[in-house]
Design a protein around this ligand. Structure first.
Ligand code: 13P
Length: 251
């Protein structure tokens, strides 16, 4: 049975003090979420070491939002996978559309980062998704398929045990415009089919595929009710503990 996950991507929001308070509130309320739903919060790098002890003992797991594509050395401003591990991080998001768009994150780089993360013992939440132009041109299936192939086809069925896929249509991120449950489900089913073609039915069945893009308490239930949607990667609504928890309760 694949895991149900609700993950919060805080992006570049909150000071450390605000982040610690938010993490405290999420940890305190996490016991009110269904037992079979895992919770992850992806904080800014600066917050990780302070947030780790705050969520310890709760079901909430800790994620980074990115990692370096080198292990150590003269890479000013970068944060390595070993650094993430050393502060108690269990996951890292990779390939978020904002990184692809603003920081020239390529599929080639994502292969390197995914490998380093897995080797360090971090789980990876790999984001894929089409932009508005690609959606309007009817290319969304091809775009997502190519992103999956370019990155994940370099890995093994064993590696897939530590990889979550997040489908985030760029046009739905931070816009208030959610993909309909049907639109999301057809892409999720397509992703699962692509994974089955490479890794076999069982691996595809066991892979958690999250939806992200204006997911909130009011639409989470309908999205999560879809057969191939295994939870959400939440941006804006993860900055309010009550909303984040309410989304997890949508199961
Ligand atoms: P919003 O939930 O703010 O649309 O952001 C989604 C997202 O990008 C999560 O990674």
């Amino acid at each position: 049975m694949r895991k149900k996950i609700v993950a919060g991507n805080w992006k570049m929001n909150t000071t450390v003090q605000e982040g610690v308070s938010l993490a405290e509130a999420v940890a305190a309320k996490s016991a009110q979420t269904p037992e079979n739903v895992g919770l992850i919060i992806a904080t800014p790098f600066t917050h990780l070491a302070c947030v780790a002890p705050v969520i310890k003992g709760s079901k909430v797991q800790l994620s980074a939002q990115n990692c370096a594509d080198h292990t150590s050395g003269a890479y000013t401003g970068e944060v390595s996978v070993d650094m993430l591990k050393s502060v108690g991080c269990q996951w890292t998001i990779l390939g978020h559309s904002e990184r692809r768009q603003y920081y020239a994150e390529t599929d080639e780089k994502l292969v390197v980062k995914t490998r380093l993360a897995l080797e360090a013992g971090l789980g990876v939440i790999l984001c894929v998704g089409e932009n508005l132009e690609q959606r309007e041109a009817g290319k969304h299936f091809d775009v997502v398929k190519e992103q999956i192939e370019n990155v994940l086809f370099n890995f093994t069925a064993e590696d897939m045990k530590n990889i979550i896929v997040a489908y985030e249509p760029v046009w739905a991120i931070g816009t208030g415009k959610t993909a309909t449950a049907d639109q999301a489900e057809e892409i999720h089913a397509c992703i699962r089919k692509v994974l089955a073609g490479k890794f076999g039915e069982q691996v595809a069945e066991d892979t958690t595929i999250l939806y992200g893009g204006s997911c909130k308490p009011s639409n989470a239930h309908e999205l999560f009710a879809q057969k191939d949607i295994d939870g959400g990667l939440i941006g804006g609504a993860s900055l309010k503990a009550d909303d984040f928890i309410a989304i997890a309760q949508a199961y």
